[in-house]
Design a protein around this ligand. Structure first.
Ligand code: GLU
Length: 304
């Protein structure tokens, strides 16, 4: 497979989309990112890396971090997790409050904000230093010990994150948030504020393409069955209320963030990540979705 040529073709195809859509405004620190940034990286299980564009430039991973917290919580408490969060697509925006009212404070899935807040609450209950544990997982899975929190983005989101505070307080009223809301939000904003580049991101998801084992080190992260479940959740819920459309177009499990990143997993083969900061109405990168659709079309590879 000539990935270099494929990435070049994708870049040409998606560049007209850089002018379309909107950069996330509700987190002020994200609103200044230039809209013509675009990077893409393919990391294979046999250790090859292919890149194009701004693949080595860091960006804010935002909701992609929800997969790391899900991995940690699943490892810690296993199936008990499903008492506090569901596994169905929400069909609603990522920060929606409406479903929580009639579903009594149990979020639809762990990859929307409400679900991730519950998982963050569990991390706080289980770990002395949850922020350190999350960073350790990201560093270990990516093989890059320099990855860190971006404090400017975290501080910026703390000031404007009213909906997330509202979600956490609301769930606390249903006793599905057990720690103080300020503490939960502090850890949540931290994991959303991790800065990574496309190569780190694709590499760090390889354990999900490799049945729970980090290919480089051979280290066990989660079981084969847990990796299967996380991939299934990404396929059905990873792009909010655009998850069905993304599955239809790209045919891969993936997770997006409002920083414009998307990472997708092709089990037993590779991970592919893309960054394009301009977002469509559902909060997913416009160029990113198109690039991943082209990737599976041009390579002829998907989970289907
Ligand atoms: N930190 C963002 C929020 O909570 C994450 C949303 C996203 O990336 O989709 O609103």
């Amino acid at each position: 497979m000539n990935y270099d040529n494929i990435l070049k073709e994708i870049y040409t195809e998606v560049s007209p989309l850089f002018d379309k859509g909107e950069i996330a405004q509700y987190i002020p620190a994200l609103s200044t990112v230039p809209r013509n940034k675009f990077g893409m990286a393919v990391c294979t299980l046999d250790g090859e890396t292919y890149t194009i564009g701004d693949a080595y430039e860091q960006f804010s991973i935002q909701s992609i971090s929800k997969v790391y917290s899900l991995t940690l919580v699943f490892k810690l408490i296993g199936e008990r997790l499903w008492k506090r969060v569901g596994k169905e697509p929400s069909g609603n925006p990522f920060n929606s409050l409406v479903q929580l009212e009639y579903e009594k404070g149990i979020p639809r899935n762990p990859l929307i904000n409400a679900g991730s807040l519950v998982l963050t609450d569990i991390l706080l209950s289980e770990f002395q230093e949850p922020k350190k544990e999350i960073l350790n997982l990201v560093r270990k899975t990516s093989g890059n010990n320099a990855i860190n929190y971006d404090n400017a983005v975290i501080a910026s989101e703390k000031i404007t994150g009213h909906r997330n505070f509202a979600l956490a307080h609301f769930m606390q009223s249903f006793k599905n948030i057990l720690n103080p809301v300020d503490d939960v939000l502090d850890v949540y904003f931290h994991h959303c504020g991790i800065a990574m580049n496309c190569v780190d991101l694709a590499r760090s998801f390889l354990f999900l393409a490799n049945h729970g084992i980090i290919p480089d080190s051979g280290e066990y992260v989660i079981s084969k069955s847990e990796a299967k479940r996380i991939n299934a959740l990404m396929l059905t819920c990873g792009l909010y209320d655009e998850s069905g459309d993304f599955a239809f177009r790209a045919g891969l499990p993936g997770k997006s963030g409002v920083g414009g990143g998307i990472v997708a997993v092709l089990p037993e083969k590779l991970c592919v990540s893309v960054w394009g900061p301009s977002l469509g109405p559902a909060g997913n990168s416009l160029a990113g979705i198109a690039a991943l659709e082209h990737f599976t079309t041009l390579t002829g590879m998907s989970v289907f």
